[in-house]
Design a protein around this ligand. Structure first.
Ligand SMILES: [Zn+2]
Length: 285
């Protein structure tokens, strides 16, 4: 279950054709991250237009048998400990060859990479050929160069929620709320979409996130009237970039979301609704 929301989030991005060209799946559980990476690959080659991966088409079948010609897995050679620069260079030259059967090609890097290998990878991440998807798995993102991380989007599998630990839910919910609040002034859709996507399928978590958000918007509004108070950055940014009317509208949006939640609405729809309405509130003039 712990990977469920990450999977849903990824599926949603794939469906919207919004999957970032380099995705990192981070988890201490190698089997779990590998499974998700392969599922992304399958979705990328799938020939269905609306429901990817459909699990029924020939591309999906080949992907699940690990025989799809457009899914390339970078492997460690010669009993080495990590993927070296040679393997990455071979992969890069393959990137410029057109796909065989699918609309694009997918490159899976499921083993650790040396620093040299990561440096070689960097170039292609900066200027990838069209229709290329990279999926990298890592036990911890700290094993990857900052320059790789900054050109990728990290999806971290969360094992703590599994334990039904209230503290973990609390911490996690604040983290997501800060992520949503910080995405609002940026005025680009993707960070907000990713942050609200984390709410799919977890009602208790969503409840907490909404509480935090309500607190943040109140504090940002307060700062407009009493600017001398020291506030955390995500709050002062909201206060600096948004008009009073927008903040009031955002408070109303949270309130409506709380109401929907108490009426047992579809969580998937709620996350989408929230994302759209936050964007709309932001643009209130
Ligand atoms: Zn398919």
């Amino acid at each position: 279950m712990e990977d469920f929301d990450v999977c849903r989030q990824l599926e949603e991005l794939i469906k919207l054709n919004r999957l970032p060209h380099a995705v990192i799946v981070e988890s201490r559980n190698n089997a779990a991250s590998e499974k998700i990476a392969k599922n992304i690959a399958k979705a990328c080659v799938c020939s269905d237009n609306s429901n990817r991966p459909c699990g029924k088409c020939i591309n999906c079948y080949k992907a699940s048998q690990n025989i799809h010609p457009d899914i390339y897995t970078v492997k460690i050679t010669d009993k080495k400990q990590a993927v070296g620069v040679g393997e990455i260079r071979t992969m890069i030259s393959d990137c410029y060859i057109k796909p065989n059967e699918a609309r694009g090609k997918v490159y899976l890097i499921l083993d650790k990479m040396t620093v040299e290998a990561q440096n070689a990878l960097l170039k292609i991440l900066e200027e990838p050929p069209p229709n290329i998807q990279f999926v990298i798995t890592a036990e911890t993102s700290s094993s990857l160069l900052q320059t790789i991380l900054s050109r990728s989007t990290v999806f971290k599998l969360d094992n703590s929620l599994n334990e039904n630990d209230n503290n973990a839910v609390n911490e996690k919910s604040k983290e997501i709320a800060v992520e949503i609040a910080s995405a609002i002034p940026q005025n680009i859709e993707l960070p907000l979409l990713i942050a609200t996507g984390k709410l799919i399928n977890d009602k208790a978590l969503t409840q907490k996130v909404l509480e935090h958000l309500s607190g943040f918007f109140m504090a940002a509004l307060e700062e407009k009237y009493f600017p001398e108070n020291e506030q955390p950055q995500h709050i002062s940014e909201l206060s600096r970039t948004l008009k009073k009317r927008s903040l009031i509208k955002l408070l109303g949006t949270v309130e409506q979301a709380q109401k929907k939640l108490s009426q047992n609405c579809n969580m998937n729809l709620l996350a989408t609704w929230l994302c759209a309405n936050i964007r709309q509130s932001r643009h209130t003039s």
